[in-house]
Design a protein around this ligand. Sequence first.
Ligand code: TRP
Length: 73
Amino acid sequence: MDQYSDFIIIKAKENGVNVIGLTRGKETRFHHSEKLDKGEVMIFQFTEHTSAVKIRGKALIQSRHGVLETEDE
Ligand code: TRP
């Protein structure tokens, strides 16, 4: 894959938000976990290694599909 898809932006709304990357292909497993503190932003793409992302904690997520928030705990 030469060209990756759009960027996704995540902004943490509390300390300790986890952004977890899951593998592409036959096996779906965690391969990367990134911890964000309040106000920190992560910008990422889906790649040949990453097909899904799980977000734990309060965060704002922006993509071409719009803006959404994870639910309050
Ligand atoms: N090495 C990973 C990859 O190229 C890095 C990565 C890309 C990633 N997008 C991600 C890690 C999203 C966590 C979440 O696929």
